[in-house]
Design a protein around this ligand. Structure first.
Ligand code: BDR
Ligand code: CA
Length: 313
């Protein structure tokens, strides 16, 4: 497998944390050039702090972390403390980070990196609202041809919505940004709720994380213990859905996932369905395909990969 060189755009978040840990645990497959932070699950100050706590938990304080946009492009910020807790990373008791934030703005880092590296060599991984990525595209459209692929967690078709009834959180928070991204023409792989709701941390899977006996294994078990309550209460799920780790797992083992290359458009004007991803799963329109929309995964294979890799940290 060719090594992936990636930028992770994120709003941690317990599931973002697990996605980042998985990437940092896989240096032979993934080179993390930087984490670019966005406001989402909680405001920017907290997501930027959480990202550094995660890097230190992984024993990788040299990872570059850049703070980015503190609000969506055209709407007030909506956050999800009711899912992720007051800090956004409730569950484990992690120390405050000592590693610094980089001085450069996340959007500038994305633009500069894509311009500096050979075309088609950098993959973007998006785990939160798409504000930083869309802003980079707006400011520097020349970077589009340099992006190898964007793998993002967001949207839903069969599962419809998780925070509002008709939309998934990341797309709902910044629908304008999502619209810019889906219309950009770059190769996109989407991990919607349709697949992430199948990546559930059941009790035996949580026990397997804890049984690693490491700081990382125990912290991940505590994170999923905490944020499972939202999905258990709402959907009657067997545990917490690991939304964002689907993105980094896809880079490591794409064969665990299956989906369709289809057209996906984002609702940006109706308040009722704001942020809805209108996915032409059944190919009933002539609209051109613009994204590989994932629908299923091998959940046992996914958790085996995750537990094995987290055990290396
Ligand atoms: C997405 O929203 C956030 O709550 C999670 O971190 C994930 O990225 C799921 O809708
Ligand atoms: Ca997230």
């Amino acid at each position: 497998m060719q090594k992936h060189r990636i930028i992770i755009d994120t709003d941690p978040g317990q599931d973002d944390a697990v996605a980042i840990l998985l990437a940092l645990a896989s240096p032979e497959d993934i080179d993390v050039l930087g984490l670019t932070i966005v406001a989402g699950n909680v405001p920017l100050l907290a997501t930027a702090k959480n990202a550094r706590m995660i890097c230190e938990l992984a024993g990788k304080p040299e990872t570059k972390v850049f703070a980015g946009c503190d609000r969506p492009i055209g709407r007030p910020l909506v956050t999800a403390e009711h899912v992720h807790g007051k800090t956004g990373l409730d569950g484990p008791d992690l120390p405050d980070p000592v590693m610094p934030l980089q001085e450069q703005h996340a959007v500038e880092f994305i633009i500069e990196t894509l311009r500096a590296e050979p075309a088609g060599s950098i993959t973007l991984c998006a785990l939160g609202p798409l504000t930083n990525i869309a802003t980079a595209i707006q400011k520097a459209p020349d970077i589009l041809s340099n992006i190898r692929e964007l793998v993002l967690m967001g949207g839903a078709y069969f599962e419809v919505g998780n925070i509002p009834p008709a939309a998934e959180f990341n797309i709902y928070v910044d629908p304008q940004a999502a619209d810019i991204v889906f219309k950009s023409g770059i190769p996109i792989v989407v991990m919607p709720l349709d697949v992430t709701h199948k990546a559930l941390v059941t009790k035996p899977r949580n026990d397997a994380f804890r049984a690693l006996g490491t700081k990382v294994g125990i912290a991940v078990a505590q994170m999923t213990d905490f944020f499972e309550r939202f999905d258990k209460a709402k959907y009657g799920s067997a545990g917490a859905p690991l939304h964002d780790p689907c993105v980094t797992a896809y880079l490591l083992k794409p064969e665990l996932f299956s989906g369709r290359l289809i057209n996906v458009e984002v609702e940006t004007s109706s308040e009722l369905t704001m942020g809805m991803t209108v996915a032409d799963w059944w190919r009933v329109t002539q609209r051109p395909p613009n994204a590989t929309f994932i629908g299923d995964l091998d959940a046992d294979g996914f958790f085996d990969l995750l537990t094995d890799r987290l055990g290396r940290l």
